[in-house]
Design a protein around this ligand. Structure first.
Ligand code: NAP
Length: 258
C-alpha cells in the first residue's frame, strides 16, 4: 500500500479513485467548485495555494506518488503538480485524455484564445458555446444580429441575445441534434476535451453540416509517466510486483507514454 494523492475533477479520475482505493491509501483532491462525488476514499476540497502549498501538502502528508488526472484545460494545476512533485521529491504520473480528431466531413476551425473565437464566429448568427463559463464574461460583446446559446454548469439569467442552458453531460446524438435544430445553431464552439461523454455534439455538427470552432488545448508539462488510458495506470498500481521504493527510482528517471 502506498500513500497517493490523486488530483481529480474528471470522470476518469473518479474511476481511478474507485478502482485504486482498496489497494492504496488514496486521497482524492478537487478544486471544490462542482459536485462532490461519493468515493471510497477521503476527498479533500479546495486549492493548495500554488505549487509551494501543494509541495508542502505532499510532504506533510507523507505522500509517495502524485497522480494528475485533471481536465486537459486545467493547465495551472497540472503545472503546479509538476513543480510540487519535484519539490517534494516524489514521482508525478499523469493521465492525459486523448484529444478528439476531425474526421471526413468535419469543418474544424482551430483557435487559441477568446479573441480568436470572437473572430471565428463573426460571420455566424447563432453560435452554440460548449466551452465552460468563459463566454459569459464576454456577453457585452455580442454583436447585433447574433444570439448566443451557452451551455455550462452555471445558472445565469438569459437575455434577448443570450440563452444560458445549465446542463451536465453526457448527451446523446439525438439530444444534440434536437437542441441544435431547435435553436437553429449555425456554428459550434468547443474545447477539445476528448472522451466519450460529450462527443455527440461533434457528430451532430457533422450531421447538420455545422462548422466547429475548436479551442486548442493548452500546453501541459511532462510527467514521469504519462498514460493515455486509465487501465495501464491501474494495472501498474495493482500489480503484485508493485513496490513504492522501486517505482520512485524508476519513474523519477524515465519518461514515456503508455
Ligand atoms: P486550473 O485553472 O488549472 O486551476 C486553478 C486552481 O484551482 C489551481 O491553481 C488550484 O488552486 C485549484 N485546483 C484545480 N484543480 C484542483 C484539484 N483537482 N484539487 C485541488 N485544487 C485544484 O483549473 P480549472 O480549469 O479552474 O479547473 C478546476 C477543476 O475542474 C480541475 O480539477 C479540473 O480537473 C476540473 N475541470 C476543468 C475543466 C476545464 O475546462 N478547465 C473541465 C472539467 C473539469 P491552488 O493553486 O490554490 O492549489
Amino acid at each position: 500500500m502506498s500513500r497517493i494523492l490523486l488530483l481529480g475533477g474528471t470522470g476518469e479520475a473518479r474511476q481511478l479513485a474507485q478502482r485504486l482505493a482498496s489497494h492504496h491509501e488514496l486521497t482524492y483532491s478537487l478544486a471544490g467548485r462542482g459536485r462532490i462525488p461519493e468515493l471510497p476514499c477521503p476527498v479533500r476540497l479546495g486549492g493548495f495555494g500554488g505549487a509551494a502549498g501543494l509541495a508542502a501538502f505532499l510532504d506533510e502528508g507523507g505522500f509517495e506518488l502524485l497522480i494528475d488526472a485533471t481536465h486537459p484545460y486545467a493547465a495551472r494545476i497540472s503545472t503546479n503538480a509538476q513543480s510540487a512533485a519535484q519539490q517534494a521529491g516524489i514521482p508525478l504520473w499523469a493521465y492525459r485524455r486523448p484529444p478528439w480528431q476531425p474526421i471526413s466531413g468535419d469543418d474544424w476551425r482551430m483557435v487559441h484564445d477568446w479573441s480568436e473565437v470572437g473572430m471565428a464566429i463573426a460571420g455566424f448568427r447563432r453560435p452554440f458555446f460548449t466551452m465552460g463559463l468563459e463566454p459569459l464574461q464576454h456577453v457585452d460583446t455580442i454583436p447585433p444580429g447574433q444570439r448566443w446559446l451557452v451551455r455550462c454548469l452555471a445558472r445565469r439569467p438569459s437575455a434577448p441575445a443570450l440563452i444560458v442552458l445549465a446542463a451536465v453531460g453526457p448527451f446523446t446524438l439525438e439530444q444534440e441534434l434536437a437542441l441544435m435544430r431547435a435553436y437553429r445553431i449555425d456554428v459550434l464552439v468547443s474545447k477539445n476535451s476528448g472522451g466519450s461523454a460529450i462527443v455527440a455534439k461533434l457528430s451532430a455538427a457533422r450531421r447538420l453540416g455545422i462548422p466547429v470552432v475548436m479551442l486548442e488545448r493548452p500546453p501541459l508539462p511532462p510527467a514521469d509517466y504519462t498514460f493515455s488510458a486509465i487501465e495501464p495506470l491501474i494495472a501498474q498500481l495493482i500489480s503484485p510486483a508493485w513496490m513504492p521504493c522501486s517505482f520512485r527510482s524508476i519513474t523519477i528517471t524515465s519518461r514515456h507514454s503508455t
